[in-house]
Design a protein around this ligand. Structure first.
Ligand code: DGY
Length: 348
């Protein structure tokens, strides 16, 4: 699809994105916008090079694309100045290579914080209360009457939620679980974020003032402390060399036998082969996964595990958020090619 064919700046979007605000913004700012409507979900490097063509000022791309040396070289040859990843995570982008070719990289933080945290909360509840298993049971026509031990799961209230990575999303999730379900909190953050400390202190005072039972909370001094103590653990680190397979066989074995593990960050943060083995050996251990090591695939055996809830990387998929991400992605491109005021640099 081509919008505003006579626009001065050529901007390419490798995928259609929700809403029209991002399209209008680019058109109003004199851009010729080309949206790739190819049916294929994941575009190859060669296909993206073809989209960039001979002249391209900026590209809006997706987390499924491999933005490395080859693509930045092609964008630079075409006179490009900006690449905007429509995601907060940018592990698919080689920022050093972009810098080398003088191309600025943007991402879309903020607008997906609550939506992603809500999905982590939804997976937590689904795993704790065995919702997917129970739904399958009903649809299969197996329900023949109430039983005292039918789909007995975990009560979250009073249990401990462990958060690994207390940035924007991890902190929003922790707040939801503490405020919503009165869970105790333990968290670990590599960057010593103080977001959660402020919240839990204020919330503790609120509970006390209202004569309600306080929740306990602590900042762990190591990740393993969280794994050992928490009943429900949610992963929210960025994916980089230090967090690849952060949750491996050894760390899985440190968790409680009936713990629940949630991952809405990036698949490779968890060693998925080790996870499948752990799920097989520990039927009371449960997981809720939004992301996978080799998307779009799951490691063999995972799809057969009754103690796993799996969804296809939809944590940010609310209408409001996806339209917001698309708008930010467009603003990022404009920020570079037209010095538009908003610019999200993932390094800041
Ligand atoms: C992100 O933004 O990084 C999510 O994985 C997709 O919204």
């Amino acid at each position: 699809d081509v919008w505003n064919p006579n626009g001065k700046y050529r901007v390419v979007s490798t995928k259609p994105m929700p809403g029209t605000r991002w399209i209008n913004l680019l058109i109003e700012q004199d851009c010729r916008l080309e949206i790739c409507t190819q049916k294929k979900t994941i575009l190859s490097v060669e296909e993206i090079i073809a989209l960039i063509g001979d002249r391209c000022d900026g590209v809006i791309g997706q987390l499924t694309e491999d933005w490395g040396e080859t693509l930045f070289a092609a964008l630079s040859r075409a006179g490009g100045k900006a690449f905007s990843n429509m995601a907060v995570g940018y592990n698919n982008v080689d920022v050093e290579a972009a810098n080398k070719y003088g191309i600025a990289v943007g991402n879309t933080p903020g607008v997906l914080t609550e939506t992603t945290a809500e999905l982590a909360a939804a997976l937590s509840l689904a795993a704790a209360r065995r919702i997917v298993e129970a739904d399958g049971f009903m649809r299969a026509g197996l329900y023949d009457g109430w039983l005292p031990n039918l789909f007995v799961g975990n009560l979250l209230k009073g249990q401990t939620v462990g958060v690994i990575g207390a940035g924007r999303i991890g902190s929003a999730y922790a707040r939801m679980m503490v405020e919503g379900f009165k869970m105790n909190l333990i968290y670990f953050d590599l960057y010593q974020s103080t977001r959660l400390e402020k919240f839990v202190t204020a919330y503790g005072q609120f509970l006390k003032a209202n004569g309600e039972q306080p929740v306990t909370w602590k900042r762990a001094s190591s990740m393993d402390e969280v794994l050992v103590e928490a009943d429900l653990i949610s992963l929210h680190p960025v994916l980089d060399k230090t967090t690849y397979h952060l949750v491996n066989k050894e760390r899985l074995s440190k968790m409680k036998k009936e713990a629940i593990l949630i991952n809405c960050s990036r698949g490779p943060v968890v060693d998925e082969v080790a996870l499948v083995e752990h799920l097989r050996e520990n039927p009371m251990f449960r997981v809720g996964l939004d992301v996978f090591e080799d998307e779009p695939y799951m490691k063999p055996g995972l799809a057969d595990m009754k103690n796993a809830v799996v969804v296809p990387h939809i944590a940010s998929a609310s209408k409001w958020t996806r339209e917001g991400m698309a708008t930010l992605a467009a603003l990022n491109v404009l920020g570079k090619i037209k010095q538009y005021p908003i610019w999200h640099d993932p390094n800041k």
